[in-house]
Design a protein around this ligand. Structure first.
Ligand code: SF4
Length: 452
């Protein structure tokens, strides 16, 4: 039974860890709290209630989540904060042990319980407002992202059995959102001036299967195009065997869906993929890349690989290097295998030593950086539409933006606009003047060049 607290200020300080899917959950909790009269404050030291939305994807993420909660518990010791809440994947995975593992927390809610946060805080605060209809989507002003861009989560959880992945342990099986709810969210964001919507899920391409839809993602994109065209719609987290012809054709026909696909492949060797409980082979992956480029020649392709998976030999790693050389991806995320408690790969034989995993990660990243620089060099002199995100971290005289081939939050690099007058959220034509492995430099067309 939670002790009654009788809130004085109803101020909340929030730390949201992990992936954009977790951020979308944080935004929903903010919307719920704001609707109940709580105020989210940027200064954690000025908050009566503190909330950490945790991540548990890999060991480092779990450690960061625990450290953050302990860090914030100091505000309670200092008498600044009065109540500490933990939510998210770490809580979901270790719900029963939370009380003993982190006694500093007053309330621990799993991802399945987060929608009750406002109701519980009201109850603890003696404000018995009871349950309210669940928040269908976060309001634009509850977002953690700038107004001109937003993540829209289309489903929760995952049904795939990848042996290295802990996400299903925390988030359960796939549950798709109703298409009408997603469309209302997109309409709401468009009405608030959002220019870029990034659709996310654990597996975006499986959207709607649990609702009885086939090719649900293609249908959703057609509806977005039809109902609420937004300048840029981006797709993250596709699954290799679920990239259908209809989806590719829908992207090709669409004005707003960007020629951008993120398809984590994880590996290309059949034996390793088998041990990961994932589909594919080198030939399968080559046919997939060819098929995508045949339908969408201007596509920007992002993928992710895990190196050093148990049993991976030098020969299999070299096959991966040759494939990456051939595939010429625009962006590649490279992870060294992380042995995760509770996942089937934790107990696999032939674990690869740390030193070798790190060396393979370095080798693959070096190759990808070289490929990315070659591709960026070919953009020099061209004029491209750039979505301006704001002032760059490098200098307030330089704007930061992204071309269609760059996803938000710096995962694919940025365009540094050395001479520009555009405001955040504007899509402006820029001439690419210089290239780096991941970033580009540019002038905004029509703006006088500032001598460097
Ligand atoms: S598809 Fe992605 S989220 Fe699902 S189990 Fe595999 S790696 Fe994890």
């Amino acid at each position: 039974m939670l002790k009654k607290m009788h809130w004085k200020e109803k101020t909340v300080g929030i730390v949201s860890l992990g992936c954009p899917k977790n951020a979308a959950d944080t935004e929903k909790m903010i919307s719920d709290l704001s609707g109940r009269g709580y105020t989210v404050v940027p200064d954690l030291g000025a908050a009566e209630i503190l909330l950490v939305n945790t991540c548990s994807f890999v060991t480092d993420a779990r450690r960061e989540s625990v450290d953050t909660i302990l860090e914030l518990s100091k505000y309670k010791e200092e008498g600044k904060a009065r109540f500490l809440v933990g939510t998210g994947c770490l809580v979901s995975r270790y719900k029963d042990q939370m009380g003993s593992l982190i006694p500093e927390m007053d309330l621990a809610l799993s991802t399945f319980e987060e929608e009750r946060l406002g109701e519980i805080l009201d109850d603890v605060g003696g404000l018995s407002t009871g349950a309210k209809p669940p928040i269908l989507f976060p309001m634009a002003d509850s977002r953690l992202t700038p107004l001109h861009r937003a993540y829209v989560k289309v489903s929760e959880g995952c049904d795939h059995p990848c042996t290295f992945c802990s996400i299903p342990l925390a988030r359960g099986g796939q549950v798709s959102r109703r298409m009408e709810d997603i469309l209302s969210e997109v309409a709401h964001l468009a009405s608030r001036g959002t220019k870029e919507i990034t659709l996310i899920a654990q597996d975006l391409t499986r959207y709607g299967q649990d609702l009885g839809l086939s090719d649900g993602l293609a249908t959703l994109l057609e509806r977005i195009d039809q109902d609420t065209p937004v300048p840029w719609v981006r797709l993250l987290y596709a699954y290799p065997t679920l990239v259908t012809e209809r989806l590719l054709k829908t992207i090709r026909k669409s004005e707003s869906v960007l020629p951008y696909l993120d398809i984590p492949l994880q590996h290309v060797d059949e034996k390793i993929l088998g041990a990961m409980k994932r589909p594919g082979s080198v030939d399968f992956m080559k046919r997939l890349v060819d098929r995508i480029r045949d339908t969408l020649p201007e596509i920007h392709l992002r993928t992710t690989f895990i190196v050093g998976f148990p049993g991976e030999t030098e020969t299999e790693f070299e096959a991966l290097l040759r494939f990456v050389e051939w595939a010429n991806f625009d962006h590649v995320g490279v992870f060294a295998f992380s042995r995760e408690e509770g996942t089937p790969s934790f107990d696999l034989p032939d674990q690869v030593p740390h030193r070798i995993r790190m060396r393979r990660r370095k080798d693959l990243m070096t190759l990808c950086a070289r490929i990315s620089l070659e591709k960026n060099r070919r953009l020099e002199g061209t004029v491209m539409p750039v979505l301006v995100d704001g002032v760059s971290d490098q200098s307030e005289l330089i704007l930061s933006g992204r071309i269609k081939g760059m996803a938000p939050d710096g995962i694919d690099g940025e365009v540094l606009i050395l001479s520009g007058q555009a405001r955040p959220g504007e899509i402006v034509e820029c001439r690419i003047t210089k290239s780096h492995p991941y970033d580009l430099e540019a002038w905004e067309v029509g703006v006088p060049e500032i001598p460097q």
